[in-house]
Structure formats: structure tokens, C-alpha cells
Design a protein around this ligand. Structure first.
Ligand code: F6R
Length: 607
């Protein structure tokens, strides 16, 4: 989950562009930074532990000479975050610099072999085998491009890499297997980066490198080859429609707050899905005996919520599955009659891709919901839908969750119509309310967008929170808890409220704050019972409930009032918004950076 940026320019210095590019990639990892540039026939390299701006300032990275160079922001997988483990890594002669995102599975064998051949290693990283392998291949008196190709053929695992070398003063070489890499072309030169927003200031013309491909970037353009046999690949340049403005903060102090406030807009976009894609996915879903919703993190929590919609509205047996557990849990039972719908904002989450690889091998129909056009998920799915929430730069997912649910609700609705197992009136009502969801979210933001800060201040010293909900609101509780945990590091528990008496109740003591999700609907009577149980044990109750819900209000110490008329099955979308705001403001109150929570990365492209 590191970030890669490289450019080969027709004129001007590469280093300031690399700096800007890495700033936009910092969400992918931010424990160390390094640059390599080429000028006057010499490879220059500097790196250290720290965040992008800090390391660039301290080491003067943006003054490094040369119109060609690469940079890396790291999220440690092998080797602690320290200077020797920062990228770029080089060969014994310091002539070949490599930056890498991914994990080389066979690096220990390769390292042993290279050490036996006399190579000296400095770091504990898997990456360092790559420059040494290239160096070894170059002893065969072949050009660097060919040597890189041969070295790549020996690697097992995931990688996006970029290589510069004093053996070729004109080119950057890159390759991809399972980790994302995009090439950008413009009249200024040629770029490569881990994702599109990093290069948006320079170009919107991009080419997505695919697994098993190798690319040569030159000032005037690029060439792509297959790693396996070196054969040439022709690929069309695509134009992305995201503007730079869309990818930047627009006056908000943090990306996360901007993205929370953007939700009415992103939800409207997610409502404008092309009908033929919804029809296609629905047709595949309808053929399934059972549906697995496979995802990680927040996307998985959206899947839990969506599983209630598919089961209730479409009467399809639906299992939400954590992608890293999917093979162990369901791997031997999925088959030709199952459907796997993988949900991933990035479309590159390693565990999710592994799960669907397995499902495909068992002839299971694999479908996808993602935010990233051209991502691996879009290529390996039988059919997919883009959730249309635009770039999300905050590491913690916010608009991703609500947009994914918007897409999944539309699919559940369409499938409900196709299968005809619930009444027409019920389905029509669901559709009418679904169209109102962006308005509900707008109202929530108007009412609580800033005022929720007083509630945050009131409970800011608490050392433990509980989040409880029933039915579909159990998923909202889990996502509210995840946001609080990720952003504020305050330990917190989330449970289906009915399950709370089978253990979690033991942590409740006088004053413990419990956030209850209480939309109107089928589960309301039971949630009132759960509130009373917790109140009897001295808990302080913060309820998220409908405006004017007097019963809940009377039982609560504080309430977060929600607009009238939100049906329970759609409640996770508006009801998560105050919890996103709560986590955001508490992080700010604690002096933490909500856009970059410690130890986390936006896109987990390693096992
Ligand atoms: C949480 C968060 C992560 C991601 C998870 C899956 O705020 O952002 O938990 O949801 O890494 O990522 P995608 O959706 O890209 O597969």
C-alpha cells in the first residue's frame, strides 16, 4: 500500500512534480519517503523515514536535479519504518533504483541466491531483491529493459514497480502484477502513478497497466509489453473525467469533512447508474441459488447492511463475507449456482481479489461494485457497476459506504421487482424513499454538520464507547464504531443489540456512553428494551432516532434527531452520517489528523 509516482519530462525538473504527486498519494502510506532522479549521467537518490512534506523539506528532495525521476511513499510490510528500509532500493553499485508497492512472496529464496552470488543487502525489505536481480541479469551483457524483464519473470507475488538507472538516462521502466499502476501522457512528458488523482494536475489521459505487463516510459510516449514473452501490447489512452478540483479539499480543513459533506452529491450520482448495467447484474443475481457479498473493512460493513435488503426485499439467501475469510469459510461450498458480488472502493484490495479468483475457479458467477474504472475488479468480474462516488482521499471511507449502499439498494430493489416475492406496494414505496435519500442526508448535514461538536465535547474524555443497533442498524453500529476506532483510537465495541447481553454488557458501568441506533421500524420495540437494560446498569444513552420520537427521547441522555420518514431498510445511509461527523470532530478535538489515521492505508493491496 505504498504510493508510486514517476515522470520523464520534455523540459523542467522532475522533483517538484514528484513531491506534489506523492502528497496526493500519501493516503496510501506515510511512514517513509524517497526520490531517485537522473541528471548528467548520474543517479541521485535520497530517502528517509517520515511524512512527505517533512522529509522533502528536511532532505531538500524537491531540489534534486533532473527531468526524469521517481518517488515513493511507504507503508511498511517487510522491515520497520526506518531509513534503510525506505525506497528506492538499489543494487551493489548504486546504479539501479527501484520503488515498489506490493509483496514479493519468494524474496527469501531470491535473497539467499543473490547473497551466494556475492550481492550485499542493506535492508530487511522484500523489494531490495529486485535491483540486485536486475544487476545480476545485466551481467549477461543485455540492455537494462531486457534485464528488468528477465528479473520480473523470477518474481512471485504482487508488485507495481518503477525503475530508473544510470544505464539508461532517458527512460523509466515500470511493471505491474496485482498492485495498481497507471500511466499518464501529456505534452509535458510521460507519468506513472499508483492512482489517477496523483497525476491529474498534469494530465487526464491515462492508460491502466494490467497484471503481467511491463511499460517503458519515454519523453514522447510509452510502450507496453507482456512480461511473460516480451510481446508488444497495444492499449488505447482513456480520458478520465475527474477534475483536479474534485480530488482536492475545496476549502474544508480535511478531505474527510469535505467527503462527508459531499454525500448528497455523491449519492445523487450513485442514483444515476446506467439502467442496462443494473439490469445485467440483476439478471445474474436472479440466477443464483445464494448470494455472497464479499468485501473488506467498511465495504464489508456495507455488505452486512445490504444482506438485509437482498434477503428481505428479494428473498434471496445472502451471506456477507469478509474477503480474507471467504476461502476458508465458503471456499469449498461455492459453486456454479452461487453468485459472488465483490464490493471494493479501490477495486484492488488483495484479499477481495484473492477471494474472487477462488470463486471464479469454481465456476461461480463473479460480479463487482467498485469506484475505480479500470481497476482489477472491473476486469475479473463478469459484470460490474461503478459506484460513482468520485475520488475519496481521506483514508477512512465515508462517501464510499453510502454510495456502495446506494448501488446495492438499487440492485436489491430491481431484484425484488424481478422475483416478485414481496408486494408491489412495498417495492414502490421502497423506490420512492430511495430517491429521497440524498435529501435525507442533506437535512442531516444541515442539522448536525457543525452542531454535533457540542455533543462530541461533552463526551470527549470517555475511554470506551458502545454502539448498538438491531436488524440492519447493527451494520450502522459496526460502521459507526469502525470510524470512531480508526480516527480517534478510542476502544469501542459494536454489537447487534440483542447479542449485547451475551457478553458485552459486562463492560457497562456507571456512566459508560452507549450510542443506540433507533430508526422507526420493525426493530424499534426491541431496541427500547435494550436501552432499558443498559440504562438499568448506569449507562449514559445517546440515541440516534427520528425527530419527535418521545419514547426514545425520554430514555436517553442525549439524542441526535434524524429527519422523518426514513424507512428502516434505508436507514444506514442517513444514520451513519452523524456518526461519521462524531468520529471526525472527536479526532480533531484530540489533535489527530483525521485524513491519515496511524497504521492505516487507503488501499490494502498486500496479503
Ligand atoms: C475504513 C476503510 C477500509 C476499507 C477497506 C476496503 O474506513 O477505508 O476499511 O473499507 O480497506 O477497501 P476497498 O473498499 O477499496 O476494498
Amino acid at each position: 500500500m505504498c504510493g508510486i509516482f514517476g515522470c520523464v519530462l520534455k523540459e523542467g525538473e522532475a522533483a517538484p512534480l514528484i513531491h506534489q504527486g506523492l502528497r496526493r498519494l500519501e493516503y496510501r502510506g506515510y511512514d517513509s519517503v524517497g526520490f531517485a532522479t537522473i541528471s548528467d549521467g548520474t543517479l541521485h537518490m535520497r530517502k528517509d523515514q517520515g511524512r512527505v512534506d517533512e522529509v522533502v523539506g528536511r532532505l531538500g528532495l524537491d531540489k534534486m536535479p533532473g527531468s526524469l525521476g521517481v518517488g515513493h511513499t511507504r507503508w511498511a510490510t517487510h522491515g520497520a519504518p526506518m531509513m534503510v528500509n525506505a525506497h528506492p532500493h538499489t543494487d551493489c553499485e548504486n546504479q539501479i533504483a527501484v520503488i515498489h508497492n506490493g509483496v514479493i512472496d519468494n524474496f527469501l529464496e531470491l535473497k539467499e541466491e543473490l547473497i551466494n552470488r556475492g550481492h550485499v543487502f542493506e535492508s530487511r525489505t522484500d523489494t531490495e531483491v529486485i535491483p540486485h536481480l536486475i544487476e545480476e541479469e545485466m551481467k549477461g551483457d543485455i540492455n537494462i529493459g531486457e534485464a528488468i524483464l528477465r528479473a520480473l519473470r523470477r518474481l512471485e507475488g504482487s508488485y507495481a514497480i518503477a525503475v530508473v538507472s544510470s544505464a539508461d538516462l532517458e527512460r523509466i521502466y515500470c511493471a505491474r502484477n496485482e498492485s495498481p499502476l497507471v500511466i499518464g501522457v501529456s505534452d509535458k512528458g510521460t507519468f506513472c502513478a499508483s492512482d489517477v488523482p496523483a497525476m491529474l494536475p498534469y494530465t487526464n489521459k491515462v492508460v491502466y497497466l494490467r497484471n503481467g505487463e511491463f511499460a517503458i516510459l519515454e519523453r514522447e510516449g510509452f510502450k507496453i509489453k507482456r512480461i511473460q514473452d516480451g510481446s508488444a501490447v497495444e492499449r488505447e489512452v482513456e480520458e478520465v473525467t475527474w477534475t483536479l478540483e474534485m480530488a482536492e479539499k475545496q476549502g474544508y480543513p480535511h478531505f474527510m469533512l469535505k467527503e462527508i459533506f459531499e454525500q448528497p452529491k455523491s449519492l445523487r450520482n450513485s442514483l444515476r447508474l446506467q439502467q442496462q448495467y443494473l439490469d445485467l447484474l440483476t439478471a445474474f443475481l436472479d440466477r443464483g441459488r445464494e448470494l455472497f457479498l464479499v468485501a473488506a473493512g467498511t465495504s464489508y460493513l456495507a455488505c452486512i447492511a445490504a444482506s438485509y435488503m437482498f434477503s428481505k426485499l428479494a428473498r434471496l439467501t445472502t451471506y456477507p463475507a469478509i474477503s480474507s475469510e471467504f476461502i476458508a469459510q465458503y471456499g469449498s461450498s461455492v459453486g456454479i449456482d452461487s453468485v459472488v458480488l465483490a464490493v471494493s472502493q479501490s477495486g484492488e484490495t488483495y484479499d477481495t481479489l484473492k477471494a474472487i479468483d477462488h470463486a471464479r475457479m469454481r465456476a461461480t458467477t463473479v460480479l463487482g461494485v467498485t469506484n475505480t474504472v479500470g481497476s482489477t475488479l472491473t476486469r475479473v468480474s463478469r459484470a460490474y457497476i461503478i459506484q460513482q462516488s468520485g475520488p475519496e482521499m481521506g483514508v477512512a471511507a465515508t462517501k464510499t459506504f453510502t454510495s456502495q449502499l446506494m448501488v446495492l439498494s438499487q440492485l436489491a430493489l430491481r431484484l425484488a421487482r424481478t422475483r416478485g416475492k414481496v408486494s408491489q406496494d412495498e417495492v414502490d414505496d421502497f423506490e420512492a424513499r430511495l430517491l429521497e435519500v440524498p435529501v435525507y442526508v442533506e437535512k442531516v448535514l444541515e442539522k448536525h454538520g457543525t452542531s454535533i461538536r457540542s455533543l462530541v465535547e461533552k463526551y470527549s474524555g470517555e475511554r470506551l464507547f458502545l454502539f448498538l443497533g438491531r436488524g440492519i442498524s447493527a451494520a450502522t453500529a459496526l460502521e459507526g464504531r469502525l470510524k470512531l476506532l480508526e480516527l480517534t483510537y478510542v476502544p469501542s465495541l459494536a454489537y447487534p443489540a440483542g447479542e449485547s447481553k451475551h457478553g458485552p454488557i459486562s463492560v457497562v458501568e456507571e456512566g459508560t456512553p452507549i450510542i443506540f441506533l433507533c430508526p422507526r421500524g420493525e426493530t424499534r420495540r426491541e431496541i427500547v428494551g435494550s436501552i432499558m437494560e443498559m440504562k438499568a446498569r448506569g449507562a449514559r444513552i445517546i440515541s440516534v432516532c427520528e425527530e419527535g420520537d418521545r419514547d426514545i427521547k425520554e430514555l436517553s441522555d442525549d439524542v441526535i434527531e434524524m429527519p422523518l420518514g426514513i424507512p428502516e431498510l434505508l436507514s444506514p445511509i442517513p444514520y451513519i452520517v452523524p456518526l461519521q461527523l462524531y468520529a471526525y470532530y472527536l479526532a480533531v478535538e484530540k489533535g489527530l489528523d483525521p485524513d491519515k489515521p496511524r497504521n492505516l492505508a487507503k488501499s490494502v493491496t498486500v496479503p
